[in-house]
Structure formats: C-alpha cells, structure tokens
Design a protein around this ligand. Sequence first.
Ligand SMILES: Cc1cc2nc3c(=O)[nH]c(=O)nc-3n(C[C@H](O)[C@H](O)[C@H](O)COP(=O)(O)OP(=O)(O)OC[C@H]3O[C@@H](n4cnc5c(N)ncnc54)[C@H](O)[C@@H]3O)c2cc1C
Ligand code: SF4
Length: 461
Amino acid sequence: MANKIPRVHAREQDAKLRITNFDEVCYGYSADEAVLEASRCLNCKNPRCVNDCPVSIDIPKFISQIAKNDFEKAAETIAQYSSLPAVCGRVCPQESQCEGTCILGIKNEPVAIGKLEKFVADWARENNISFIEKLQDNGKKIAVIGSGPAGLSCAYDLAKIGYNVTIFEALHEAGGVLAYGIPEFRLPKKTVVAHEIENLKKLGVKIETNIIIGRTLTIDQLLDEENFDAVFIGTGAGLPKFMNIRGENLNGVMSANEFLTRTNLMKAFDKSYDTPVYVGKKVVVVGGGNVAMDAARTALRLGSEVTVVYRRTEVELPARREEVIHAKEEGIEFSMLTNPIEILGDNNGWVKEIRCVRCELGEPDASGRRSPVTIPDSEFNIETDVVIMALGTSPNPLISSTTKGLQINKYKCITIDDDGQTSRTGVFAGGDVATGSATVILAMGAGRKAANAIDRFLSHI
Ligand SMILES: Cc1cc2nc3c(=O)[nH]c(=O)nc-3n(C[C@H](O)[C@H](O)[C@H](O)COP(=O)(O)OP(=O)(O)OC[C@H]3O[C@@H](n4cnc5c(N)ncnc54)[C@H](O)[C@@H]3O)c2cc1C
Ligand code: SF4
C-alpha cells in the first residue's frame, strides 16, 4: 500500500561541513525521490492538509502531478495560489500547518509537502518555466511600501491584472526579511530570492530602493502629489525588542535584526567585503524563535561558540522543529529554563559575562504556554563576548506617526479590517505591520487579500 512507504528524507549537507560555509543546508529531492515521496500521498477526498494551508494550495493535486512525473503541471498548480513557492517550500512552518494535519501523520510520518513544493519550484526555475501572464495596463497606479513577502505578493497580484505598481523599499535591496533576515544557508539569495523578484519585474513592477516612506516621501505625498490611486503598506515589524536589563548598552550587545542584517545584507560572512561584524569567541543568543536559531547558527558559522538561552523548555521553543534539530546537530548549546537578569562588562565597556537565573514552569500565561517562574538564589554567570537579543519585534512607528488618520492598536500595529483596509480611505496594509511578527505565508496571504480589496475599491470609484 502506498502509505506503507517510509517518508523519503531530503538529503542535507553534513553538519561538520556545513558549519564551515553559508551554503544551503538542504539539498532537497532528486526527481526520483520526489516521485517516490509523492506516491505516498493518499489523494484524500477531504484533504486536511489544504485546510491548514494559509493560502489553500491544492496540495493533493500538485502532489499527484509530481507522482505522475508531470513537474510542469505541478508547478502550474502551485502558481495559481502562491507567488513565492521556492521560498515557502523552504521556510514555511509546515509541521504546524499542512504537514501537521496530513492524515498519514496520525500513524506514520506525514507527506513531505514542503520539500515537494521546494522540489517543484526549483525544478521550474532551473528549467526556465514560468506562468506569468499580464492583462492590459489599466492606467491605475498603486504604491506598495515595503518589499517583503506581503508587499511582493500584493504587487504581483495587482500587476497581473493590469495595475501599474511601484514598490518603495527603505533598504538598498528588495526582499524584506527574505533578503536581510533569513540566512543564506536556509534561503539562498541569488538563486531563490532574486529570481522571485525578477519575476515581479517581468510583470512591469518598478522597485525603488533606498526610499523611506515617512521620511523621503509621505503617504499623503504619494496620494496627493505623485498621483497614486491606492497605497499598500507592507513595512513589516522591524523594530527589535530588548529586555531593559542592566548592561544592555555595553559594546557587544546587539539585536538579532542588526546582527542578521549586517551578515546577510552587508555580507559580513564574505571576507571580500569590508563590512565585518564582531562576534568574538563566545556568543550568547537570548530567545527561542526562528530568529534566535538563525542568529545562533550564523554566529557559529562566523567562528564562535554559541549558547542559546531560553526561559522555558524545549517543548515551548517557538522555532521550527527542523531549525532546532539543525542547530543541535551543528553544536549549538542550549541553556533552557534560563533567564538573563544583567549583562556584565569589562573596564573598557565590552561584554564579558551575562548573569542569569534558573526558572521552572508555572501556570499557563495569556499565550497558553506555561510561564517561567524564577527559582530563588539560582543566579549564575555565563562568560561571553557578545549577546544577541532575539526577543521579537514590533512595527516601526515612522509611517503611523507621519500619516494623518492612520490608526494603530496597543501593539503599535496598523489597524485593518478583514480586507486589509486601514482607517484611511485608499490606504491598505497587511503582513507583520498589521499582525506583529508572524510568518512568510501569512504575510503573503495578507498581501494577496489586500490586492483583491484594492481592485474592488478602485473598480467602484
Ligand atoms: C531572522 C528571521 C527568520 C524568520 N524565519 C521564518 C521562517 O523560517 N518561516 C516563516 O514563515 N517566517 C519566518 N520569519 C518571519 C517572516 O520572515 C515575516 O513574518 C515576514 O517576512 C513578514 O513579511 P512582511 O512583508 O510583512 O515584512 P518584511 O519581510 O519585514 O518586509 C518589510 C519591508 O518593508 C521595508 N520597510 C520598512 N519600513 C519602510 C518604510 N518606511 N519605507 C519603505 N520601506 C520600508 C523593510 O525594509 C522591509 O524590506 C522570520 C523572520 C526573521 C526576522
Ligand atoms: S492529508 Fe496528506 S495524504 Fe491526504 S491529501 Fe493531504 S498530503 Fe495527501
């Protein structure tokens, strides 16, 4: 029976080798491996996997096309739902979405839906196959602010149906977190991210980099002076949180955002660039999400010994399971049930130790997870040269503070309705700027929803 076939595990770079480079960890499937894995799918009549995909990809359809060796049709099926399949196949938290509810997962291992999506998207790119079709220009101009997954998918959907779209991006490269946050070894920039952005340009989307909306130009200027008919805000949640403990202003303390941006965007990992980042011999990363794992594994590859400090247990770690397994295989140390209370410095103002307390788990908090409770008299120090804070982020207030009538909520996120409409007519928003830090696929879904709403809005005025 098809479901008796064990899950085909995707080949990966050996852990000892991969910590010496920034090349992609997962090699993925060969064509034969993909066909074999696809043959495990039961092609369910009521596929639970689809219900748990935030963009409702017809998963059994594309998997059955792979099983029939028809990779082009499989790519065409996915393209109807997702404009960034090579990205989602790599970074989506499939274990808590489609794969988490795959029927095979009840008694066995679920179908490797993510790895199959990655295979198809890579196959289509390597074979120069794309499904880009554009309707005639309708003469209407849309400004998209931010070039992360929310902005890219909003721009893609609007450009396809004839809108004239310009993306304004504050940084010098497009892609948002895909370019500056998620490291090369998880998401290759030149092959995967740049290719997705090229596809957008083929649709006629203009990308203006180094433009900070709220400073270089305001939203009011875009609407009143630059004659844009509508605006989509997809500026993400790039403002890092800190712990507000003593010693956070010492040299050697930084946010994971700064650390990863300097490594990915400023290419600190490449010795031919003159923009290095200081990691020292020992690094402590505080936090337990994907951002913490990315910072830890990046610091390791830059030559440091790395400890991740997390105040709950491994069960509560919010990072993707695969990333935690990879981090452990690579030799990252984890200090669980540990919470920093102070960072100690040397006479020159550089970090030398981080003082922590041990915790135990108490009652569940608002997030439903059991909250850490400090164990009295449990202080201890960890020697370190660098502390990287990966504690979450919130939206930068620049746009909300420079745009009249734009409401935000208590978390500083832009308030939107179900369609992505903000409190300002003609101004839409979506992705992390509206939800707080979430996921690539949710940001994409929000961009797509807002594109539909913008089209409806402009068709009625
Ligand atoms: C290190 C890291 C690892 C992650 N790993 C995963 C993962 O494995 N899986 C997953 O699903 N999600 C992951 N996430 C979360 C995911 O990347 C985000 O949820 C997603 O990128 C949000 O998309 P967005 O388009 O809303 O914003 P972003 O991707 O943040 O893009 C916003 C863009 O807007 C630009 N911008 C901001 N302000 C302005 C302005 N005023 N004017 C012009 N441009 C502006 C920014 O420069 C940026 O390019 C990770 C996040 C980080 C930081
Ligand atoms: S739930 Fe699993 S077995 Fe069923 S269609 Fe989806 S991937 Fe295939």
